[in-house]
Design a protein around this ligand. Structure first.
Ligand code: MN
Length: 130
């Protein structure tokens, strides 16, 4: 079975690109355009990994990550934050909120899958490899 990845992203172009690249690389993808819906989907579907936009309506990605990691059903799922913020401290803020990794927009199709796979259990590189 293909690993399932949940993308929580409100920007259609980013969602389209990320979905396209992941499906082409053999992953199954489900998507949500808001934090609350994404949290519900994560609990129901238990994806192998969550790709989380930080700039979202209603709840921002930091809040979403905190809630996902505080609920037993979703606490163990790796979360990779995706943000266009280029500010110092954003990476630390994402990690402090419970994200396991961080990717900056714009998505680079050449490195995107490799970046994500660092955080996928069973596919991840050996500890210390990155
Ligand atoms: Mn956004």
């Amino acid at each position: 079975m293909k690993p399932l990845i949940l993308i929580i992203e409100d920007n259609e172009q980013n969602l389209y690109l990320a979905t396209f690249i992941l499906e082409k690389s053999g992953y199954a993808v489900i998507a949500s355009r808001s934090g609350p819906e994404g949290i519900a989907l994560a609990g129901q579907q238990r994806p192998a990994l969550i790709l989380l936009d930080i700039q979202l309506p209603e709840m921002d990605g930091y809040q979403v990550a905190r809630q996902l990691t505080s609920e037993p059903a979703t606490a163990a799922i790796p979360i990779v934050a995706v943000t266009s913020y280029a500010m110092v401290g954003d990476k630390e803020k994402a990690l402090a909120s419970g994200c396991t990794g961080y990717i900056e927009k714009p998505i680079n199709p050449e490195t995107f899958v490799r970046e994500i796979e660092k955080h996928l259990p069973g596919i991840a590189a050996a500890p210390g490899a990155h």
